[in-house]
Design a binder for this molecule. Structure first.
Ligand code: SAM
Ligand code: SF4
Length: 323
């Protein structure tokens, strides 16, 4: 029901519920953190619920909750329960760093969440500390085990960083032998909150060449219609391994996403700087019809790809966007 000016169906919402986080991944934010939004600047749970309800009534069938770290915002679980129950929503899912997640997994399962994206860039505790500036690898591994024990599908997001974790590409790939997980190596994007990154040394081709050299029998698997990851299986392995060309942007042609940032900016592309403030529109007393009409107008002016949407070097942190 929502279609953009390039004839792409828009049926997937990524909703960032906070910019705060209990890690300080260096590719996402500086060590001291970012200028956190005040509570009044954040969308309230009620405002987010209303936006979800209106969007689901107009064809959004999948919602991903992201952040910052979703589990650091109080009252996430009651919000998820309400969203999970929206008629017409086929999939509710989350992206999490896994630190506070484990105790909530039985409740996530109960509300029908079938898949979770877990961020994990290394299996080495020292490298984990160097990347995230926190010593939390055991908590993340516990979340991984608990998700699998509850039969929740796990996609592992690993950002590949030159000189930081390229030695982890093969050990992370090897996890697919004994675990039914989908590992996706992500090209590093320029959203570290300081505007300092302009190019990448490890683009998708180089990542895949590294995996193929170690596993020449790698087989392509059939990807879904809106996939951003190109996935493969090593014969005999339970899981899959893939790559997300997030920086070189090879998948914009099938992009079906809308993004809402923690402060309620609507983004029609990860690389745009926000199209308009849904929060201001909500707080001005807009009706549901006015909300959806403003969103439809925004997607009628969508850039064809992220290269066109990206106008300048950004100082944004990914935690303020949601990934
Ligand atoms: N805190 C949660 C987490 O880390 O899973 C959710 C939010 S985080 C911003 C969402 C995803 O964006 C994570 O998988 C993270 O690895 C990825 N990400 C953050 N900064 C990135 C960057 N500069 N380049 C590529 N991916 C990035
Ligand atoms: Fe936090 Fe996720 Fe950003 Fe890491 S990537 S600092 S876990 S928001």
């Amino acid at each position: 029901m929502l279609r953009d000016n390039h004839n792409r169906d828009i049926n997937y919402l990524r909703l960032a519920v906070t910019d705060r986080c209990n890690l300080r991944c260096f590719y996402c934010m500086p060590e001291q953190g970012i200028d956190w939004l005040s509570r009044a600047d954040l969308l309230s749970w009620e405002e987010m619920e209303r936006l979800c309800r209106v969007l689901v009534a107009h064809g959004i069938s999948k919602i991903r909750i992201t952040g910052g770290e979703p589990f650091v915002r109080r009252n996430l679980m009651p919000f998820l329960e309400k969203i999970a129950a929206l008629p017409g929503l086929h999939e509710l899912t989350l992206t999490t760093n896994g630190i506070l997640t484990a105790p909530h997994i039985p409740a996530l399962k109960q509300m029908g969440i079938r898949s979770v994206n877990l961020s994990l860039d290394t299996l080495d505790r020292n490298r984990f500390f160097a990347i995230t500036r926190r010593d939390e690898l055991p908590a993340v591994m516990n979340t991984l085990d608990t998700l699998l024990a509850h039969d929740i599908a796990v996609k592992i997001n690993a950002v590949v960083m030159d000189g930081r974790n390229t030695d982890d590409i093969l050990p992370l790939t090897a996890l697919t032998e004994r675990l039914p997980v989908s590992i996706r190596f992500i090209e590093e994007m320029p959203f570290n909150g300081s505007g300092t990154m302009h190019s990448i040394a490890w683009h998708h081709g180089r990542i895949m060449d590294t995996i193929k050299a170690a596993h020449p029998g790698l087989q392509k698997v059939q990807d879904g219609p809106y996939t951003t990851s190109y996935n493969y299986r090593i014969p005999g392995h339970q899981g899959t391994v893939g790559v997300i060309a997030a920086y070189t942007r090879s998948f914009c042609g099938t992009c079906n996403r809308l993004r809402i940032t923690p402060q309620g900016m609507l983004k029609t592309c990860l690389y745009d700087s926000g199209v308009f403030s849904l929060r201001d529109l909500l707080r001005s007393g807009a009706t549901d019809a006015q909300l959806i009409s403003a969103i439809q107008d925004a997607i009628s002016h969508r850039h064809p790809t992220g290269h066109e949407a990206e106008r300048q070097v950004t100082h944004e942190s990914m935690a303020a966007i949601g990934g």
